[in-house]
Design a protein around this ligand. Structure first.
Ligand code: MOS
Length: 749
């Protein structure tokens, strides 16, 4: 079914993906696809116990197997310099210490890489890996979240710094909800959710010299990865080159560097040849992070006229025994609604499992499931329409920080979404609307995520033939960064997009951080705009020598149209760019600009907002839930690239449907192993699960966040989807499901 995008007033700009053809024809090259001379294949051997130590590792048979170059474990691994000190070699750092590949004999989780076999073909490597025999000293493990919640702790990073937002938060009276005339107290469970992008995590590592490393790696940032491995190997940053030209989907799992990467780099050092490691689908469940299992409890109360009096929100998220993973599960509760009394309490629970990592809308998506479900429960208890209830508690300023919003157009999202989903058909009383045998329900959920802007630099070269090439180290994990950046430049320069190329994914290019936290367009887009302005300034100065009119023209009014430098408000002058360059003996005009936010923005609270709506059908006899229609509304500032932005929203809704209805990482605690470890058992939504999705953008600029007016979109695309569906399920059949995923057994019980 087709998807539509809506914009009030403006005709959407719909540039096609600049790399779409490369992707669909297979010409786009992903990390594992580079063919290097002498390439070898690394296959990881993983632990079969959950906790303990390696007593003995017998590699003789593997070493003798055909094609094997080396079998490396803690017994014979080169010493990694960065493992020696206590610093955290990964960026961004978390509390604790990451797993250090082959550093010692300890086993921290089931499936931990404990050895790597390097062979001349993948198949020979796989065969040899099967011949490695390991004996363990087994220790008793704890992987069961529910059995251990009493051991949850305040994160060490919060203990160290009382201003850390992970600390307990109190506004007004503690637990004020308890004395409210109408109140809800409920617990919500979110299971661990696994990263399953199409592209498996993979790396090719090559030592060009003893202190010079090149890696082709599936990561979300070439510069952060460069820094991390320079630190890990104690070599100069400029001696590490990271290539990540195409990334086949990443939603947070490439924001951290993982043991399989270090394993490949160690192996390449020892065999003195390039080593490729592409982890398996099963290994994706334990080696590259996941959205952590989380328990939440909400107490929420209101006066009979629907004014919130208090919210208390507690959360416990799982982490590993060796590393502290935290996320902002409770942020939305602190700032979304105008309650005078709000308290939040965040804890983590270390277990004998691998470390979680951010996953799209990290923290906020989990927190919004609890908060927006509880809001729906309370609205029903009050017999007030859920949208009306939220409007009665709407905030015109940030109640957490006591400062104005940079921009907030959430009301517009409510209004447009309600219209598009046909909210007026919704009945207050559940199980009263039918379509044949099916019960019909409508639900909605609000989402928010901070509008962040970092610093980035972009280089731009305009050549005599009128082509513009831009370069930046940023990655594109799927949203279509190149497309959006071409659009920013086309708008700024007045140039045809076909003449513009945005080259990315190489640590040799000008600086950019990770693609994460919905900040790329804000950050890199601002740098693109800045470099285009610098380019126009240079061209104007050259042109002024020839045409006096250019001397007084503002760079803002200068455009490059059909290869000619022109002034927007003076149509009588224009100079071909090729003439300008030729007359000045130039092959090209080049500029590099770095762009970052100033202090002014700190006076404002900067957030993107979303509202998701769902129409679901529930079968009363089978418990089957079908999402029949979804409407996604976003206040994300200016929309730069309409087609790719709408793609992002549809992708977020798809991920949210998985979170709500299908995704569940199930572990057998007797063994500490996942029983769902492939796409047959771990269900991600497929086309048949995803309905018609309508996307609506408010499209109003926020120039406090950045000069191009954007606020960020990737995270709010998923935050609020799961509660919208859970609330719609309640509205359809009267069952309030507080433990995800909402499977038929829970509906029927
Ligand atoms: Mo995103 S969770 O910042 O990749």
């Amino acid at each position: 079914m087709g998807n539509q995008i809506f914009s009030p007033g403006e005709k959407p700009n719909s540039l096609d993906r600049v790399d779409g053809r490369l992707k669909v024809t297979g010409a786009a090259k992903y990390s594992a696809e580079y063919q290097l001379p002498g390439l070898t294949y690394g296959v990881l051997v993983t632990s079969t116990i959950t906790k303990g130590s390696i007593k003995n590792i017998d590699t003789k048979a593997a070493e003798r197997a055909p094609g094997v170059l080396a079998v490396i474990s803690h017994v014979n691994s080169v010493k990694v310099p960065g493992f020696a000190d206590n610093e955290h070699p990964t960026e961004p750092s978390t509390g604790g210490k990451p797993l250090r590949a082959f550093h010692n004999d300890r086993v921290y989780f089931n499936g931990q890489p404990i050895a790597i076999v390097v062979a001349d073909t993948l198949e020979r490597g796989q065969h040899a890996a099967s011949l490695v025999k390991v004996q363990y000293n087994k220790e008793e493990h704890s992987t069961d979240f529910e059995a251990n919640t009493g051991k949850a702790v305040l994160p060490a990073q919060a203990k160290k710094n009382k201003d850390n937002p992970l600390n307990d938060y109190n506004r007004g009276r503690a637990d004020a909800y308890k004395t409210a005339p109408v109140k809800i107290e409920a617990e919500y469970i979110h299971p661990s959710e696994m990263h399953n992008p199409m592209e498996l995590q993979s790396i090719i590592a090559l030592w060009e010299a003893d202190d010079k490393l090149t890696i082709y790696d599936k990561v979300q940032g070439t510069k952060p990865t460069q820094k991390a491995f320079a630190k890990e190997w104690n070599i100069p940053v400029e001696n590490v080159k990271v290539i990540a030209k195409f990334v086949g989907g990443a939603f947070g799992n490439g924001l951290h560097n993982w043991p399989h990467e270090t394993a490949a780099i160690i192996a390449a050092k020892q065999v003195k040849r390039p080593v490729k490691v592409a982890i398996t689908r099963e290994q994706m469940f334990t080696m590259v992070g996941y959205r952590p299992r989380t328990w939440q409890k909400i107490g929420i109360g209101a006066s009979p006229d629907g004014k919130l009096t208090g919210i208390s929100h507690e959360s416990i998220g799982q982490t590993s025994s060796y590393e502290e993973f935290t996320e902002s599960t409770l942020q939305q509760t602190r700032m979304m609604y105008a309650a005078a009394n709000v308290s939040t309490r965040y804890r983590i629970l270390p277990l004998d499992v691998s470390t979680p990592i951010w996953m799209r809308g990290p923290g906020e998506a989990t927190g919004a499931f609890a908060l927006e479900s509880a809001m729906d429960e309370l609205a029903y208890a009050l017999q007030i329409d859920p949208i009306e209830f939220r409007l009665r508690n709407y905030t015109e300023a940030d109640p957490e920080k006591n400062q104005p919003w940079s921009t907030k157009f959430l009301k517009e999202c409510f209004q447009m979404g309600a219209e598009k989903i046909s909210w007026s058909k919704r009945k207050m009383e559940p199980a009263t609307l039918r379509a044949g045998e099916w019960l019909v329900g409508y639900g909605m959920g609000v989402g928010t995520f901070g509008a962040h802007r970092g610093s980035a630099a972009v280089r731009a070269k305009l050549s005599a033939d009128g082509n513009l090439l831009m370069q930046c180290a940023v990655t594109d994990i799927g949203p279509g960064t190149g497309t959006a950046m071409v659009q920013v430049a086309a708008t700024s320069l007045g140039m045809a997009p076909e003449k513009i190329t945005f080259d990315l994914g190489n640590s040799d290019y000008p600086m950019a951080g990770n693609q994460g936290g919905s900040s790329t367009v804000n950050t890199v887009g601002s740098a693109v705009q800045a470099v285009c302005k610098a380019l126009k300034q240079k061209l104007r100065d050259i042109a002024a020598k020839k045409e006096a009119a250019f001397a007084t023209a503002s760079p803002d009014n200068i455009i490059i149209k059909n290869g000619k430098l022109s002034i927007t408000d003076n149509s009588s002058v224009s100079v071909p760019v090729s003439d300008l360059l030729q007359q000045n003996n130039l092959q090209e005009i080049e500029a590099t600009e770095e762009s970052r936010s100033g202090e002014e923005g700190n006076k404002y609270s900067k957030y993107s907002f979303s509202v998701h709506f769902a129409e679901v059908h529930v079968h009363p006899k089978t418990g089957q839930v079908r999402v029949k229609k979804a409407v996604a509304c976003a206040d994300a500032g200016t929309i730069i690239s309409w087609k790719t932005a709408a793609n992002q929203m549809i992708g977020g809704v798809t991920g949210g449907i998985g979170m709500a209805l299908t995704e569940d990482a199930v572990m057998d605690h007797r063994f500490g192993r996942y029983v769902t470890k492939d796409l047959a058992d771990y269900h991600v939504p497929v086309h048949a699960d995803v309905p018609h999705v309508e996307v609506y953008f408010v499209n109003k600029p926020d120039y406090i966040v950045d000069p191009i007016g954007t606020k960020g979109l990737g995270e709010i695309a998923i935050i609020g989807v799961a509660p919208a569906i859970a609330n719609a399920v309640f509205n359809a059949c009267g069952k309030r499901i507080r433990e995800l995923p909402i499977t038929p057994d829970k509906i029927l019980l």
